[in-house]
Design a protein around this ligand. Structure first.
Ligand code: FCB
Length: 455
């Protein structure tokens, strides 16, 4: 197949190459060794929440096969692995009693990674809130921020001598809006006003946890992984231009601005009041001093990037990515239905650099869903994934060339795993997983990535 050489010389020589996963999507055995129930365990067993009735009950059985998975990463030659810790394994009720066995699981994993020369990058929260905390109001309840800080303290105390790279949260927008406005992710609620409160408490917990992690971890590098959805107006019509501005505020600025000390965007505050998501004069969840806490300086920002959107009037709060840039999307779509738009990644990285000036940027997730499986000879020719990754790594290199401080890139994902509400129907892995037998088969993209980063 035709591949376009990516000019890696544009990237810093110590650039981190990695892969990423998350606990609920790969681990399975959610209640093993004393772990508590999470909102995803509860959500998944409700009919109609996850396609085909799939769940994280077994997922990729990584909880039992983690050694094999570390070996796969060693074979891949990555220097970095981003994974998340399941809060429910550490504090089964979300707060209170610590479950030592849960800590042991992650200690062993981290030790094996370090022995294999792979730097662990730990995400503390990738959407799996302890169900007990949900019953006390979940992220709608300001006290959950305090519980998160306690959890961050426990984990960083134990892993802090071996893990220096930490992320508080993965994609606060998703926690807030997919979980509390759209109801498509756990805990499945549907109230815009609630989603705003949730987003705020998540950001607050981030700001509060950063100094706690720093205190426990010598030489810590602490950040947050934000999802981004760059947007362009569908046409030059003023109504579409205004819709694009609103969408960008709703999806991007609402989270980036406060994390970087700019507070919540005032145009969005106004718009949300006008739409009745907030009372006329106040934001009930916002207390004095919160914005300063949220703006605690970070060492890096993680960017999760998959696609971008062209916004039409009336769709300024829509997640519908069905409007490509030019129709059909010039570079096609992945099987998630997401238009492939690598150029928007370069532009977004430049914008983050110019607007927010983070000391460092990591691409903490990027990847593509394609269902290509083994042919008769057992070969998985996932050329479209290779092409996608090549185009996006090239886009990151372009940003580096203009001075954006990008320092690492993580493919989503190591393994085909449980893609949330889409279940096992979407495959993002460099490694094929047979979900019936748990057999792992490296795809051609695995070999391609190994060669690319092996130099
Ligand atoms: C991101 C999530 C990750 C994965 C990818 C496809 O939003 O962080 O867990 O599901 O999308």
């Amino acid at each position: 197949m035709h591949t376009e050489p990516v000019d890696l010389s544009l990237l810093p020589s110590d650039f981190a190459w990695g892969v990423a996963t998350s606990a609920y999507q790969i681990e399975g055995s959610p209640r093993a060794d004393g772990a508590g129930e999470s909102i995803w365990d509860r959500f998944a067993v409700q009919p109609g929440t996850i396609l085909n009735g799939d769940s994280g009950e077994t997922a990729c059985d990584h909880y039992r096969r983690w050694e094999e998975d570390v070996e796969l990463m060693a074979e891949l030659g990555v220097g970095a692995y981003r994974f998340s810790v399941a809060w429910t394994r550490i504090l089964p009720d979300g707060a209170g009693e610590v479950n030592r066995a849960g800590l042991t699981f992650y200690e062993r994993l981290v030790d094996a990674l370090r022995d294999a020369g792979i730097e662990p990058y730990v995400t503390l929260y990738h959407w799996d809130l302890p169900q007990r905390l949900e019953e006390a109001g979940g992220w709608r309840n300001r006290e959950t921020a305090g519980a998160f800080v306690e959890y961050a303290r426990v984990v960083s105390e134990v892993l802090g001598d071996r893990v220096t790279r930490w992320m508080t949260h993965n994609e606060p927008w998703v926690t807030a809006f997919a979980g509390h406005r759209d109801g498509v992710f756990a805990p499945g609620r549907t109230d815009f006003g609630e989603a705003l409160a949730v987003g705020h408490h998540v950001l607050l917990s981030h700001g509060l946890a950063v100094p706690v992690i720093r205190q426990n971890v010598p030489g810590a590098s602490v950040g947050i992984a934000l999802d981004c959805r760059p947007a362009v107006p569908a046409t030059r019509a003023p109504a579409d231009v205004a819709a694009q501005r609103h969408f960008d505020g709703f999806r991007n600025r609402w989270f980036f601005d406060p994390v970087f000390g700019k507070g919540y965007p005032s145009d969005m505050m106004k718009a949300y009041r006008a739409r009745g998501y907030l009372p006329a004069k106040s934001a009930p969840w916002l207390q004095s001093g919160d914005l300063e806490l949220i703006a605690e300086p970070i060492d890096f920002v993680g960017i999760n990037y998959y696609t971008s959107i062209a916004v039409r009037a009336g769709e300024e709060e829509s997640e519908d990515t069905g409007v490509p840039h030019g129709s059909p999307a010039p570079e096609g779509y992945t099987e998630m239905g997401w238009p492939i738009t690598p150029g928007e990644l370069t532009r977004f990285l430049e914008r983050v650099h110019e607007t927010y000036e983070p000391p460092m940027i990591l691409i903490t997730e990027n990847g593509a869903s394609y269902s290509d499986g083994p042919d008769e000879a057992g070969v998985i020719a996932d050329d479209r994934r290779i092409r996608y990754l090549e185009r996006h790594i090239g886009a990151v290199a372009q940003a580096a060339a203009t001075g954006v401080p990008v320092a690492g890139y993580f493919v989503w994902s190591l393994l085909d795993n449980l893609e949330w509400a889409s279940g096992f129907s979407q495959r993002f892995g460099l490694v094929w997983v047979d979900h019936a037998t748990q057999q792992r088969v490296p795809k051609n993209s695995f070999h391609w990535y190994r060669q690319l980063i092996g130099g």
